[in-house]
Design a protein around this ligand. Structure first.
Ligand SMILES: [Zn+2]
Length: 158
């Protein structure tokens, strides 16, 4: 190995010294460990100290706005464009992130899915006058897409 400098502390790395290649260049072992610990700490913060009651209220409110958009799309178009219901977890997540900060956790995924899926089912049932025959196997696709969006936005980063 040739000699090179650590991009963090600028120290010259000896030819036989441990080094870590990162996007910016090479890091000595000390700097690499320090940076990794910092990233770990920040990732940990994103997943801890979550105010679930506040997140629930904010997410519920946002999902309600999404449900209103879904209802409006049905009323205005006369068609049930179920993909619009993706606005439920999407707006819900944006609002709870405004309320509690940028957080991600399995709990938030469960919360987002737990709010959006029942809301989707109830909204749809109400829109069609409680006619259960409105549901068909294809709806599992929408359920999957809504759940996926709730998961994608809230899943832990590692
Ligand atoms: Zn260094």
């Amino acid at each position: 190995m040739t000699e090179a400098n650590c991009v963090q502390c600028q120290r010259l790395l000896h030819a036989d010294e441990a080094r870590h290649a990162v996007d910016a260049g090479l890091l000595c072992a000390n700097c690499y460990t320090a940076l990794r610990d910092e990233v770990e700490r920040q990732l940990g913060e994103i997943q801890s100290g979550i105010n679930y009651p506040l997140a629930f209220i904010a997410h519920g409110f946002g999902a309600g706005i999404g449900a209103a958009l879904y209802v409006a799309s049905i009323v205005l178009s006369g068609w049930d464009i179920a993909i619009v219901a993706i606005a439920m977890p999407w707006i819900g997540t944006k609002l709870h992130q405004k309320a509690i900060g940028f957080k991600r956790s399995t709990g938030l995924v469960i919360m987002a899915v737990g709010i959006s899926l029942p809301l989707f089912a109830v909204t749809r049932l109400l829109m069609w006058g409680g006619d259960m025959s409105m549901f068909d196997p294809l709806d599992l696709l929408w359920v999957g897409i809504i759940a996926y969006e709730a998961w994608r936005q809230n899943k832990p980063l590692r």
